[in-house]
Design a protein around this ligand. Structure first.
Ligand SMILES: Cc1ncc(COP(=O)(O)O)c(C=O)c1O
Length: 427
């Protein structure tokens, strides 16, 4: 078990937990994320028409301004034209599920076979179902639509209309549930049991782990690509990886992948959550080997991260490997979006939604030299703990494009969620 040091301050609304380990245990990462499975996922994704390696862009001018060696953004904004990384998980889980049902081996089943009449005939009529914050539902609706199956997607009442429309566009039935994301998960499961639907959920719970594992393994394609892209730049691996979390499946996939590959030479891992939905932070804080829930309306602009219950299988990775859990207020994400949307000099433009940009916003808070010196001193301690300096090569994942275009404009154009004046930059 890790030992925690908790950092809160009356001068700052960013809090974090530093975790130290006598010795990290890599066995779970090696079991869940062996490189062979990442290669299988990649080989499957490659067969999907329209598949392209997503860009890994370098924000050179920003890194110079902030005094680090390099800032890399793996940009999932246009993944398979679905505006988010999520489809990589749902599609691979569908592949595995169908493969299992038909008893086929990896090299016997192709994407074309999944589309074939023979495959459809063998499987019969099936309905796939899941709850979503938006992006997983869109990915699953897209995959089921391609394969000719029915799809039921459950969203909670605060889900914005553009996110609902983007799911319905692929022929899925969208059910709006009172409550939050976790209520939508429960309702979806109950209805699926009654109706004989196949649940393809990105979060896990006791007794339901196989499909969410496949989903996390599917995300590994993103990291395999990134490692190839780093290699082409002569970089073995980043020194630090910042990853945003809702239920923690993406974070576990990223951190598990690097941990299985590099073990004690792994990058430092920072998990970032919204202050109002920081279930992994709370779970780390309790440090009692149980998952802890955050309840209420989980009010945050980071819709993809508005989850109150960790995925237990993701926690199995994070508890062993994550170095820091940070929780940040919404303006941190909004500032991250604005930084990416107004690049310095010839840095590339990155269109990033609220959940996509929070990690860069978090780094910026650490390095921005805020006018409130006490607040800056507080966050400086995190920078020092992580050893962020002019040699650091830092990886971020832009997990979504402007998946809610109206909200995106409200933030970028209208200045919604402004940075409080005392955190304005003096640089
Ligand atoms: C854009 C975006 N980023 C990050 C995440 C976090 O993923 P996870 O719930 O696996 O932690 C989500 C989840 O829906 C998302 O939509």
């Amino acid at each position: 078990m890790a030992t925690n040091k908790v950092f809160t301050s009356k001068d700052s609304d960013i809090a974090w937990i530093e975790r130290s380990f006598d010795k990290k245990d890599y066995s779970q990462s090696e079991k869940m994320f062996p490189i062979e499975i990442a290669r299988t996922a990649r080989a499957f994704h490659r067969q999907i028409p329209g598949y392209k390696t997503s860009p890994l862009v370098s924000l050179t001018n920003l890194s110079q301004m902030l005094g680090v060696d390099s800032i890399w953004v793996k940009d999932e904004a246009q993944r398979l034209e679905l505006n988010s990384f999520k489809v990589m998980g749902g599609s691979f889980a569908m592949f595995r599920l169908i493969q299992q049902k038909l008893g086929m081996k990896d090299d016997e089943i192709t994407y074309d076979y999944l589309l074939s009449k023979e495959c459809k005939k063998k499987l019969g009529d099936m309905t796939f179902a899941s709850a979503t914050d938006g992006n997983h539902g869109r990915g699953l609706a897209w995959a089921t639509n391609k394969l000719g199956f029915k799809c039921m997607i459950y969203v909670h009442s605060a889900t914005s209309q553009p996110r609902i429309d983007a799911i319905a566009k692929f022929g899925a039935t969208v059910k709006v549930i009172k409550g939050n994301y976790d209520d939508a998960v429960r309702q979806c499961n109950e209805d699926a049991k009654k109706n004989g639907w196949q649940v393809v959920s990105d979060t896990s719970w006791p007794g339901y782990t196989e499909i969410p594992t496949w989903i996390m393994q599917g995300y590994n394609t993103i990291l395999l690509e990134a490692q190839e892209q780093f290699a082409s730049q002569g970089i073995t691996k980043p020194t630090h990886v910042f990853v945003q979390a809702g239920v923690g499946a993406l974070a576990a996939s990223v951190i598990g992948f690097y941990s299985a590959l590099f073990k004690e030479n792994s990058p430092k891992f920072v998990v970032v959550e919204p202050s109002n939905a920081a279930c992994l932070y709370e779970t780390a804080l309790a440090n009692d080997d149980k998952c802890h829930t955050v309840t209420g309306d989980l009010d945050t602009i980071m819709a993809g991260l508005a989850c109150g219950e960790p995925s237990p299988i993701a926690w199995e990775i994070l508890k062993r490997q994550a170095d820091v859990f940070v929780k940040v207020p919404d303006y941190v994400a909004a500032r991250g979006m604005r930084i990416l949307a107004t690049p310095l000099h010839d840095d590339p433009l990155v269109i990033s939604g609220e959940s996509g940009a929070v990690t860069l916003g978090c780094l910026y808070a650490m390095l921005s030299n805020a006018s409130d010196k006490n607040a800056q001193k507080h966050i400086d301690e995190l920078k020092d703990h992580l050893g962020i300096d002019n040699k650091s090569q830092i990886l971020f994942i832009n997990t979504e494009r402007n998946t809610d275009p109206i909200r995106f404009r409200q933030i970028i154009w209208d200045g919604m969620d402004p940075v409080p004046e005392r955190f304005w930059t003096e640089r």
